[in-house]
Design a protein around this ligand. Structure first.
Ligand SMILES: [Fe+2]
Ligand SMILES: [Fe+2]
Length: 175
């Protein structure tokens, strides 16, 4: 779903530790959260997957970093022709999800809502309990979903595809 060639392009300009708190482990968990939520919400999985790797892709620090969502969306725009086969409508959803992911909004298209919830269900890693008021979908508020996501976030679990597919051959460049 997310090819290594895309990950390589994204990581080329990623200035923070690859396995840091906003790095590839987080992207992988957001991807898995998002796909799981999509089963319930009916979100467009390709958009959710692309959100997971772009939304924090152009952070410049691990703190608040205003504007990083927009920078991630700008990167997606630059890589679109070569790496994405999204309709204009779906690409707009990706941009909206990236640009506004830190605004605390909860209203919007269900695909955008699913992206935001996928990210917010990985807040435990920074010792923040996801606030129900900022979760958009009933799927994300569901106790069993949270029980699944919480330990993965707290332990900063790195999904196997991150090392076995995304980072293969990149070890020598690892920050
Ligand atoms: Fe972010
Ligand atoms: Fe994030």
């Amino acid at each position: 779903m997310i090819k290594q060639s895309l990950i390589r392009e994204i990581l080329e300009g990623y200035p923070l530790p690859r396995l840091g708190v906003h790095g590839v482990g987080h992207w992988g968990r957001v991807l898995e959260n998002g796909l799981r939520l999509s089963e319930e919400t009916g979100a467009k999985k390709e958009v959710v997957a692309l959100f997971s790797v772009f939304h924090d892709a152009r952070r410049e620090n691990e703190d608040t970093d205003p504007g990083h969502g927009r920078r991630g969306a700008d990167l997606a725009r630059r890589l679109r022709a070569e790496h994405m086969a999204l309709s204009d409508e779906d690409f707009d959803l990706l941009v909206t999800a990236c640009v506004h992911h830190t605004d605390g909004r909860t209203k919007g298209d269900v695909t955008v809502q699913t992206c935001w919830d996928a990210d917010r269900l990985d807040l435990w890693r920074v010792l923040i309990v996801p606030d129900e008021a900022y979760l958009c979908t009933s799927a994300a508020k569901d106790e069993s979903m949270q029980e699944w996501a919480r330990p993965r976030s707290l332990s900063e679990h790195v999904p196997s595809f991150v090392r076995e597919e995304w980072l293969v051959g990149l070890d020598e460049l690892e920050a």
